[in-house]
Every structure is written in C-alpha cells, then in structure tokens.
Design a protein around this ligand. Structure first.
Ligand SMILES: Nc1ncnc2c1ncn2[C@@H]1O[C@H](COP(=O)(O)OP(=O)(O)OP(=O)(O)O)[C@@H](O)[C@H]1O
Length: 556
C-alpha cells in the first residue's frame, strides 16, 4: 500500500466519524424536539381541559356593586373621585378609609364612568390594573419587581434563547401594564420605601428606565426593541389610585403632595343594613327587618355585611329555602366569632362627673368618648390624681420617624389640673379619679375641654347634661383651642344621640351647621362651656368662676 492509499483510508475514516457525530447530534436534537413537542401537547391538552371546567359565578362577584349608585354611604368620596378622575385632566388620587367600605369597588366603577366622558383621555380599552401593596415584593437587584418592572439578565435560569445569546430581557411591571389607564394600588401605605421612591420617579417621568449590567448599546446581537427600551424607557403614563387604611400622617408627604386626597367613611348601622339587603336581593333571597338589624349590630363594614349574607344564604340554600332566617344570621355571627358593635350612645340622664367627649381615630373616624371623674374631699393640698383607662406611653410619628412619648391623654389631664388651679378650683384638696372607660383610643389634647368639665363637675357636684358632646383643646390659660377631625366628631355625636356639640370657635365652619338633628355651638372659653353644659341644681361650694385670658396671665 502506498502513502496515497493510506491517506485516503484515514480521510474516509475521519469523514465517517465526523458524519456520524453530526448525524447523532441531529438525531438528538430531533428526539429532543419531538419529546418537547410531545410534552407541550400534553400540557396544552391539560390546560384546555382545565379551561373547559368553570364553576358558576362566585357569590362575591354576584353581590359586587355594578354601578356607582350601588355603593352605599360614600356619596362625598365618590363625588371627589369623579371630580379627580372623570374630567379632561385626571389627577392621581389617594383614597383613605377603613377596610371593606367600598374603596376598591368605587375606583373600578369610576374608571368606567371616566371612559364614558368624550373629553377624558382614557380610551375605551384603557386598562385598570390592580396591585396589592402588601404583596408587591421586589428584589433589590432588580430581578423581580411586579410594580416597576425588571430585567431578566442572561445569567439567570430560564433566560431562554435570548439569554443564551447574552441578551438582557426587560419585563414590564404594573406601571407599564397600566399605561393609558389607571393603576390601583391597594394598601399603598404598605409599599416598601424603595418601591415608593421608584414609583414617584415613574410618576414624574411618565416612563420607566430599566438598567442591566448586561446591556451594551454597541451590541448588535441585541434586538432593536430591547435597545429602544433601554434607551428610551418603557411607557408608563397612567393615573394612580392608591387606597389605604392608614391615616394621612402615616403616608409619605412626597406621594401625598402629588395626589388628590379622598376620604371614605365608616358605614353607619342603617347603611350596613342596606348593603346586606342589596346583597340578599342579588342572591334572590329574602330577609326580614330583624335579620337585617342583627347583621348591622355585629358587622363593622360592607365586606363583613356581604360575607355574612353569603354564608347565611348558603345555609338557607342547603335547606331549599329562599328566605334567610334570623337564626341563620345568628349562626353565622357565632361561627365567624363576630362581636357585637359597642353601642356608643349618650346616657339617658345627666350625671355628676360624666361627660361625652369626642375622639377621632384611624382614617378620620369620629366616635363618642365617655369621660368619668370622681372627687373625694381630703386634707387641703393632699389630694391625689389618678388617671385610668389610658396607655401610660404611646408611639407617635410615622414609618420614617417614630417617637415614644408620655400618653397625650395623661398630659391633657395634667394641663386641665393647671387650668382648674388657676380658676381657683380647689382640685388639690380632692382625691380625683379620671377614667376613660371602654378602652377607646384617646387622641389626647382634643379631650381637654371635656376632661375639665368632668373634673369641675365632680368637684362641685354639678350634673353635666347628657345630650351634649364636647371637643376642644385647652390652653393652660383656659382658652379653647382648635382641634382636628371636627366634622367626623360632630357626625359621631349626632349618631350617638347628642343634641348639641360644643366646639372651639376656630373650628367653626358653615358645613357643620348643615347637619340636621344636632346644634353646633362654637365657644371661646371654659367659662362659656361650663355655663352651657353644667346643671347647677344646688350650689354646694361653687368657687369663683374666673377665666384667665392670655393677656392677664402672661403679665404674671
Ligand atoms: N359602601 C358599600 N356599598 C355597597 N357594598 C359595599 C360597600 N362597601 C363594601 N361593600 C361590599 O364589600 C365588598 C368589598 O369592598 P371593597 O373591596 O370595595 O372595600 P375596600 O374599602 O376596598 O376594602 P379594603 O381596604 O379591605 O381593600 C364589595 O365588593 C361590596 O360587595
């Protein structure tokens, strides 16, 4: 055999080996593709099977408000929402309010109303994207962020063929999905501060810029649309509706200043009955007045009212009934461990040392705050002061800055004692006990005038009228200073059966006098207040009723 023949044999041999290698590779790829196709077909069939199954409409869907008129008791809030969102220049909105009072339902329906307006920039197909601030978690490296969007870098698992080619892939977040429409963020107050700052930036720019260490504008492998996204940003022009159960002072000022603030209020007992009645009608069930009243004495919001009706309706249906009985409601109430609403109603008779104060808590919710005081004469200057029913210390501030301070209610009582001493009330010759029954949250200073009335009444044994309610801070000179939340407080006083509400003169507004059933009287000093609310039956040891004005006192 000569060299040429040997060379040819080797060449043929290598040719066969290389051919076999590629043939094998091709075969493997084909087998892989066949098995991927087979797997995909199986999954597709499974998916279609799942899609072919559907239960009937959940009851919660059936009873959900379909029109803005179906939302009970939130006329003012809805009006503000419409003003903010339905015109030609919609604005960002923050909705405050307790849970389950119709914030989400109203936001959804207002979107539909906005679309009906020809001048609205929202097109008929404008999206309404919902996100929950409590679950919108994100990764600080930007791998996942359902709110702002993220970039899948090629190194991450599942980056697919683009990843294999070294291409970073932008993934749009809710801000981009909401482009041209509304982004509703429930519990916006729970968003992480980093997310909130990113959101502010998006609101400012009306687009989102994403970043990746794997992006290189010179890389010709990267498709045009990805170059475009990295260089020009993803569109994110939307109107934000943030809903929160927190109070305005707990929301960062930067977001508040960009939004119109709208308040939804807690529902009254009668309104909760109406929500329950409408829900039962939608479920084609009947309920008598007693059943509706039972629901409204146990539930605290619209969602609870609707849920109670749904469970009771389920019970009735299993027994082939079309009427929900009061027994069904009582069963649900006990099974769901609902507790009876505390009845904060005024007392039937005037009493010594008992005063109706007014408090505000949560998202501007007003409530009657009972204050009790007793006074037992002791040796001169040996009197002791006891305050019960309050926290000794409290946390104040917001997420950014929190402080721990002496209870404001306790400080209020101390201020009152100083004022009464100045009024020559012999408080130091009495053991005085001030109690705030019922574990009501007390916002401190605004109860000053009511606390002073209770102590003064206890020391002088004058009864306090029972059908009045008082709010107002007391300066240590004895003048009444303005307080917050007066409209909600007056509304709560009316609800509790009070006929007259005494407020500081600086809180006087015409809107307060439009309320039917309650007389609102603005006052400037404790002197006027005592004259108005104390019943001077006998005069055991009334001391000189001197009111100090600021000028007089400052000269001391
Ligand atoms: N004011 C209301 N009028 C009629 N139905 C109501 C009202 N409030 C609540 N509901 C009922 O309760 C359900 C839940 O209410 P919704 O989700 O709108 O409350 P929310 O204020 O957004 O609560 P959360 O803050 O917990 O999200 C509604 O779908 C509706 O059936």
């Amino acid at each position: 055999m000569n060299w040429t023949s040997i060379f040819m044999v080797v060449q043929v041999f290598f040719g066969v080996v290389i051919g076999l290698y590629f043939w094998n590779l091709l075969k493997n790829q084909r087998t892989q593709k066949v098995s991927v196709d087979r797997e995909s077909r199986k999954e597709m069939m499974q998916l279609q099977k799942l899609r072919s199954i559907s239960l009937n409409e959940p009851l919660a869907e059936k009873v959900r408000p379909q029109r803005l008129d179906d939302i009970i008791g939130q006329d003012q809030g809805i009006l503000s929402l419409e003003a903010a969102l339905c015109g030609p220049n919609p604005q960002h909105v923050l909705i405050y309010g307790p849970p389950g009072v119709g914030k989400t339902a109203a936001a959804r329906l207002v979107m539909n109303k906005a679309k009906e307006n020809n001048q609205s920039p929202f097109a008929s197909e404008a999206p309404f994207i919902e996100l929950d601030g409590t679950t919108a978690r994100f990764d600080e490296r930007g791998i996942a962020d359902p709110l702002i969007g993220s970039v899948h870098d090629p190194i991450y698992q599942g980056a697919g063929s683009m990843g294999q080619a070294g291409i970073p892939q932008p993934k749009p977040g809710a801000v981009t999905k909401a482009h041209g429409g509304m982004l509703f963020i429930d519990e916006i107050g729970e968003l992480h501060s980093i997310q909130l700052n990113k959101l502010l930036k998006v609101l400012e720019d009306r687009k989102v810029f994403l970043e990746s260490a794997y992006y290189n504008e010179e890389n010709m492998n990267i498709p045009r649309h990805i170059h475009d996204i990295f260089q020009n940003g993803l569109p994110a022009d939307f109107r934000l509706i943030g809903a929160t159960t927190r109070t305005p002072d707990e929301i960062p000022p930067a977001i508040r200043s960009r939004c119109l603030e709208v308040f939804f209020r807690p529902l009254k007992q009668k309104e909760l009955s109406t929500v329950a009645k409408k829900a039962s009608e939608r479920l084609k069930m009947t309920m008598n007045e007693k059943s509706l009243e039972t629901i409204s004495t146990y539930v605290t919001n619209g969602r609870e009212a609707v849920n109670t009706v749904q469970i009771a309706a389920g019970l009735a249906t299993t027994e082939n009934r079309e009427e929900i009985f009061v027994d069904d409601i009582e069963w649900v109430v006990h099974a769901s461990r609902l507790t009876r609403r505390p009845e904060r109603m005024i007392h039937n008779t005037p009493a010594v040392g008992r005063v109706n104060g007014l408090a505000v808590y949560g998202a501007d919710l007003g409530m009657l705050l009972e204050i009790e005081a007793t006074a037992r004469e002791t040796k001169p200057e040996k009197g002791m002061l006891t305050v019960t029913g309050i926290a000794e210390e409290e946390n104040a501030g917001n997420q950014m800055r929190s402080i721990r301070r002496k209870s404001m209610a306790r400080s209020s009582v101390d201020n009152v004692m100083t004022v009464l001493r100045r009024l020559k009330v012999p408080v130091d010759s009495y053991d005085i006990h001030v109690n705030f029954p019922g574990g009501t949250p007390i916002d401190g200073p605004s109860a000053g005038a009511a606390i002073a009335t209770a102590i003064y009444s206890a020391v002088h044994q004058f009864k306090v009228k029972n059908d009045i309610a008082i709010t107002g801070e007391l300066s240590i000179w004895g003048t009444l200073k303005p307080v917050g939340g007066v409209p909600s407080k007056v509304a709560a006083a009316l609800e509790a059966g009070a006929k007259t509400a005494y407020i500081p003169v600086d809180n006087d507004e015409t809107v307060l006098h439009r309320l039917e059933g309650i007389n609102v009287i603005p006052l400037t000093s404790l002197d006027e207040l005592f004259d108005a609310v104390l019943i001077e039956t006998e005069q055991p040891n009334k001391t000189e009723n001197v009111i100090w004005d600021e000028n007089q006192s400052s000269s001391m």
